[in-house]
Design a protein around this ligand. Structure first.
Ligand SMILES: [Zn+2]
Length: 224
């Protein structure tokens, strides 16, 4: 097993029927860009592919291209959005599972988890996990944090909920098996240079040091 992995995050691919949230177009990629990233992942046991937001394109565009290449991926879906325009429905999630993909939670309604009351957090984490766990047939143990937005309170809630793996959006490589897994989002301006940098690049010592400090700040910030 490799000692570190490159986690990739896919959001939306190709055309969509729903209105995008502000800024969401920055992480929306074309089919060609998506395929370029997948091709770079073939044969790499140190690359993990994840999908956020439960977009319909996960199933319509993502799944066949993963299967074609013999790749597996982790899908983090939104329990409160099933069946809405442009989103996965419950049958779609089942189809992902049947194809051997794993499914975890991205929450209920794509809220910023740093801005939740206890009751809201119960819905976003507890209730979402219950609904998704009923579909997958086993307790949800992996989550991807919406917007990669976390602090000490968020992490405490996730530990209490028994999460085994928590995906962020902190960038760079992640140590295998570490509780917090940094990820790298595909971007609308993805090109070969981006793929080369993320999949094979080694960040400069300065960038690496900045990432360590940024992660530490996020883990510690928040009301005591
Ligand atoms: Zn998201």
């Amino acid at each position: 097993m490799p000692t570190s992995v490159v986690n990739i995050t896919v959001h939306g691919i190709g055309p969509t029927s729903r209105t995008l949230d502000p800024g969401e177009e920055n992480t929306w990629v074309s089919v060609g860009q998506f395929e370029r990233a997948l091709d770079a992942a073939v044969g790499r046991d140190d690359v993990r592919i994840t999908f956020d937001d439960g977009n319909a394109s996960d199933l319509e565009i993502g799944l066949p291209r993963l299967v074609e290449r013999g790749l597996k991926a982790h899908f983090f879906v939104l329990a409160g959005e099933f069946g809405k325009p442009g989103r996965l429905d419950v049958d779609g999630v089942r189809e992902l599972l049947r194809a051997g993909m794993s499914v975890g939670s991205h929450g209920w309604a794509h809220r910023d988890w740093r801005k939740l009351t206890d009751a809201e957090a119960e819905r976003e984490i507890g209730e979402a996990n219950r609904v998704i766990g009923e579909i997958t047939g086993e307790p949800v143990k992996e989550v991807a944090i919406p917007f990669g937005s976390y602090d000490r309170v968020v992490l405490t809630r996730l530990r209490r909920a028994g999460m085994r793996l928590v995906y962020t959006s902190d960038g760079g490589r992640a140590r295998t098996g570490q509780w917090l897994q940094a990820r790298n989002s595909l971007r609308h301006d993805l090109d070969d240079a981006w793929v080369q940098q993320v999949f094979n690049g080694k960040a400069s010592p300065i960038v690496q040091a900045r990432r360590v400090v940024a992660r530490r700040v996020k883990q510690l910030r928040g009301a005591s």
